[in-house]
Design a protein around this ligand. Structure first.
Ligand SMILES: Cc1cc2nc3c(=O)[nH]c(=O)nc-3n(C[C@H](O)[C@H](O)[C@H](O)COP(=O)(O)OP(=O)(O)OC[C@H]3O[C@@H](n4cnc5c(N)ncnc54)[C@H](O)[C@@H]3O)c2cc1C
Length: 264
């Protein structure tokens, strides 16, 4: 990224044959994720960086197996959280909370499936559909937000702008921001109206902070905080049970949850 704060920004690129080049434009949309070039090219002090580490880690797993439930499944267990998300008729994503710093090779396929069945109470609800694990990774639940989402002619979008924990809907948010930016760029370039670009950061940050707050709420619902004293754990477990009871019984609470979960 070059000259982001000017009205002639440019990016260094390599084409399909790996030949270096330089593209110049009026604006740059930075959509290259959390580890992309755009974040690294921001000069010090250009944006504020808000950051939070939840201290919680997940094994993130992709199984070549059909879903085991009709719905998304969140299991709260004294041994830790487990999650089930259908991806396609043949592929299912699972999550297992694990200790911070845990090595992947500590988890054999057999151990993973046994732990998933235990935490998801397969003895009560039926066995899981097992299959080969085609992807395994340790994910640390962290969030961050860059503010503002604009530096001169550069606009930050998706994970380049803000990282949500996988307990929330980062891809939904990324698509929403891309749509807001696309409309603003169209207005600026085709109609000469820069209002949408001027408002882009503030408008997206409202959605981002709503999503961050909901993500924190979900993480608190799904996990014990590692390192809590036993009496604190007991207190937090009771709060979680009360929260779930309220979700089961209160229509207002259910509406609030649905609105935030879908990301309206
Ligand atoms: C385990 C896990 C599970 C998740 N589950 C969900 C879910 O169920 N629902 C949901 O909504 N979200 C989920 N998310 C979040 C979601 O994946 C991200 O929020 C989303 O992918 C962000 O999209 P993005 O386009 O901003 O970034 P990315 O998806 O990271 O895409 C950025 C792209 O830029 C490319 N790139 C990077 N650097 C360069 C460069 N220098 N030059 C050219 N290209 C470059 C990358 O190769 C990549 O293709 C999950 C995340 C994780 C880690």
């Amino acid at each position: 990224m070059h000259a982001a704060d000017s009205d002639r920004p440019a990016v260094s690129v390599r084409d399909a044959d790996d030949r270096p080049g330089r593209w110049q434009g009026r604006y740059v949309a930075g959509c290259d994720g959390r580890h992309g070039a755009v974040r690294r090219s921001l000069p010090p002090g250009a944006v504020r960086h808000h950051r939070h580490d939840y201290g919680v880690s997940w094994l993130s797993l992709l199984a070549e197996a059909p879903p085991s439930l009709d719905a998304v499944g969140y299991a709260l267990h004294s041994r830790g959280f487990a999650g089930h998300m259908a991806r396609s008729p043949e592929i299912t994503r699972y999550y297992l909370q694990c200790a911070r710093g845990q090595r992947l090779d500590a988890w054999s396929e057999q151990r993973i499936w046994d732990e998933l069945e235990l935490r998801m109470r397969a003895a009560d609800f039926g066995p899981l559909h097992r299959g080969g694990l085609v992807q395994r990774a340790v994910v640390e639940l962290e969030s961050d937000v860059l503010e503002p989402l604009r530096h001169g002619s550069l606009f930050l979008v998706g994970d380049a702008a803000s990282l949500l924990s996988p307990a929330a809907k980062g891809a939904n948010l990324a698509v929403l921001e891309a749509e807001i930016l696309a409309r603003a760029l169209t207005d600026a370039l085709k109609r000469g109206d820069p209002t949408g670009l001027a408002e882009y950061s503030e408008r997206c940050l409202r959605h981002i902070w709503r999503a961050q707050e909901f993500s924190r709420w979900m993480i608190q619902l799904l996990h014990r905080t590692p390192g809590d004293r036993p009496d604190e754990t007991l207190f937090q477990d009771s709060l979680r049970r009360s929260r779930i009871a309220s979700l089961r019984t209160s229509r207002a609470h259910q509406d609030w949850f649905a609105e935030n979960y879908v990301g309206v």
